[in-house]
Design a protein around this ligand. Sequence first.
Ligand SMILES: Nc1nc2c(ncn2[C@@H]2O[C@H](COP(=O)(O)OP(=O)(O)OP(=O)(O)O)[C@@H](O)[C@H]2O)c(=O)[nH]1
Ligand SMILES: [Mg+2]
Length: 330
Amino acid sequence: MPANLPPQYSKAEEEYRHAASPAERLEKLREMFRLLPKHKGTEKLQSDLKQRISRLKEEIEGAKAGRKKGGMSHRVPREGAGQVVLVGPPNAGKSAVLAALTKAHPQVAPYPFTTRSPYPGIMAFEDVRVQLVDLPPITSDYLESWVPSLVRSADAALLVTDLSSDDSADAVESVLARLAAVHTELVGTLPFDAEDETVLHVKTLMVANKLDAEGARDRLDVLREWFSPRFEVLPISAEGGQGLDALRRVTYDLLGVIRVYTKLPGKPVDRARPFTIPIGGTVLDLAGEIHRDLEQMLKYARVWGSGVFDGQTVKRDHELHDGDIVELHV
Ligand SMILES: Nc1nc2c(ncn2[C@@H]2O[C@H](COP(=O)(O)OP(=O)(O)OP(=O)(O)O)[C@@H](O)[C@H]2O)c(=O)[nH]1
Ligand SMILES: [Mg+2]
């Protein structure tokens, strides 16, 4: 990639990689093309972008034609502190995991290919809410066309595997390969510096389900041997209940956020509803999370919590910590 691309281009590219729908991706690709300086050094990139734009246009037109025949939209509006998708091979217990962690009632059945459309539910973890989205299974020859964009726009993924089956390592490799083929890589740890800009990495935890099944412990050892250190493997039983508390916590941890409580001057803290911001986020990030205008108006804040004395006055760029209480002054 040429080093002299304007920052607006990189911003559009970042937005492209996180776009939730093909239409949004197309808009971002066009913006990237517009922002790309047109000279000899970018010729390859220009032609590459043009190709991607025309391919995506075809894809969208094809999907529109399909929808007229009775298809439906599969977007899932985000809710809570973050969105986590459930992916995996057929019959692994993805829907059972959703049913165990939330109040949702997806169909759970003893045969593969039960789930056909995205099914959301809200998981409570302490005082935060995390949205889980159950998805249809993925195999080497089955991947619903809309699944990759939902995986790409999620904040993290749970890769559910089946400890009652001897084929689960192979089945998981098929899931990973199928998603990788559409530039979507599930990874245990996000790369510090992505080599290939077209690939989107999604932070993922492997959830080894059906720990209650006969022979599950031995299969768990095999899975750990096979997939570590690529993924952390958490054994659970969605139906027996083992490991579910741990799963709630690590699912929240996957989001990489902290909880911050706000208060008005002279009033007690509002404990009912924490705001969540990315780890490393500042007072300004919190203001932006509350309201866009607040970001502009914010002058300073007072903080009760880590690394400050009670009620210390801090600047807009002060880094917040989990559990901090913040009073914003405009
Ligand atoms: N023994 C045991 N069986 C489980 C557990 N979780 C799910 N199952 C069973 O596994 C089967 C598949 O469960 P589902 O939740 O429908 O699996 P899925 O991954 O959503 O399947 P698809 O939607 O077809 O991809 C059902 O018969 C469940 O009862 C578990 O923790 N232990
Ligand atoms: Mg299912």
